[in-house]
Design a protein around this ligand. Structure first.
Ligand SMILES: NC(=O)c1ccc[n+]([C@@H]2O[C@H](COP(=O)([O-])OP(=O)(O)OC[C@H]3O[C@@H](n4cnc5c(N)ncnc54)[C@H](OP(=O)(O)O)[C@@H]3O)[C@@H](O)[C@H]2O)c1
Length: 329
């Protein structure tokens, strides 16, 4: 296997700009693993990257998507932990995953536990890596504290619900429809708020006996950010995860002063690159919870890679519950 077929972004813009084309592979480096890709995990930032709206702006052409699962077909001479034929998943690359054969440094590659399918494994790294980094490292969440999650039925939202429950927190899921909230309840949320129908601030206060929530996880931005911050308790932690609604919220700085609370950024891919050992420990922790049945990976849909335009349209349609995948094999 000296070549790969790669989805390539040749111009920033819509997914219609992508082409599916052959590329030669460079010789395998001594710390690299060559993987035949089976499934590619899709995350909201993949769509932002194509549009040139992400913090990263890769040199063109590049392959989108940052996580995958597959089978090892070759290893560099310094790779001892992973062998040809191993089932593996990989993540933390930001982009480059949407291809049939990939060569990656071993630090990005994990063996798939026996009970986990290729589909689940390709959905794992980004959403669950983000959720545990957010709640454990950044929010310092303790058992019995209250976590409110906006956009709770999405990929990151679902992972935050499950990781917060595994950490024995009380979870308030906030989303835009009753159908999405029923899904969140089934994932383990203790309470639900429909922010298109109910006042987010007063409902969050009412569900916490007016004390306010300990941790808000906000992957959506928009007007709901300030409403949720106004319902945070003393020493609360407001976690800035993303802006899926398209607007970066502007916050009056008197609010953190009056509430004695923290507004904290979460940027998993940069954390994973800067602190690979800490990230590996986090991923291992979530894998342990998976083996104990505390984490259940929810797959919304699996779309063949040849249908990539449709896959990216679904990704940005505000309908995805849990995770979306592209199928290579
Ligand atoms: N900081 C990090 O390290 C990190 C890592 C991964 C992802 N992220 C970010 O987290 C956010 C969520 O990612 P995801 O993969 O979970 O996405 P997702 O599955 O598509 O979920 C996004 C949620 O945002 C809400 N939303 C509100 N307005 C929307 C709109 N106009 N279009 C689409 N969704 C809208 C939706 O919930 P409702 O309909 O219920 O409002 C939706 O369920 C993204 O902004 C992404 O960039 C950050």
């Amino acid at each position: 296997m000296t070549s790969t077929k790669a989805l390539l972004c040749i111009n920033y813009g819509s997914p219609k700009q992508l082409i599916f084309s052959n590329l030669d592979l460079s010789p395998l480096a001594k710390d690299e693993v060559k993987i035949q890709v089976h499934f590619i995990g899709m995350n909201f930032p993949d769509a932002l990257l194509l549009q040139g709206k992400d913090q990263y702006r890769p040199t063109l052409p590049f392959s989108p998507c940052g996580e995958l699962s597959g089978i090892v077909v070759d290893v560099g001479k310094d790779v001892k932990e992973i062998k040809i034929g191993d089932r593996v998943f990989a993540g933390g690359m930001v982009y480059g995953a949407a291809r049939t054969i990939i060569q990656l440094p071993k630090k990005n590659v994990y063996k798939i536990p026996e009970a986990m399918s290729f589909q689940e494994a390709a959905s794992f790294c980004c959403a669950y890596g983000t959720a545990i980094h957010c709640l454990k490292d950044r929010a310092q969440l303790k058992a019995n504290q209250t976590v409110a999650i906006l956009g709770a039925s999405g990929g990151v939202g679902t992972a935050v619900i499950q990781v917060a429950k595994a950490m024995r927190a009380k979870v308030i899921a906030c989303a835009s429809t009753e159908e999405k909230l029923a899904y969140c309840k089934a994932e383990g949320a203790d309470e639900c708020i429909n922010y298109t129908q109910q006042d987010l601030k007063s409902q969050l206060k009412a569900l916490t006996e007016q004390k306010g929530v300990d941790v808000v996880c906000d992957p959506i931005g928009s007007k709901y950010s300030e409403m949720a911050l106004r319902a945070i308790g003393w020493d609360g932690r407001f976690m800035v995860l993303g802006f899926a609604a398209g607007q970066i919220a502007k916050i009056p700085l008197n609010l953190p002063l009056l509430k004695g609370c923290h507004i904290t950024g979460v940027f998993w891919s940069t954390f994973a690159r800067k602190f690979p050992n800490q990230n590996r420990k986090n991923i291992q922790q979530v894998l342990d919870w998976y083996k104990q049945g505390k984490i259940k990976i929810r797959i919304h849909d699996i779309i063949p890679i040849n249908d990539f335009i449709h896959a990216f349209e679904v990704l940005t349609s505000r309908t995805v519950r849990g995770r979306l995948l592209m199928k290579v094999i």
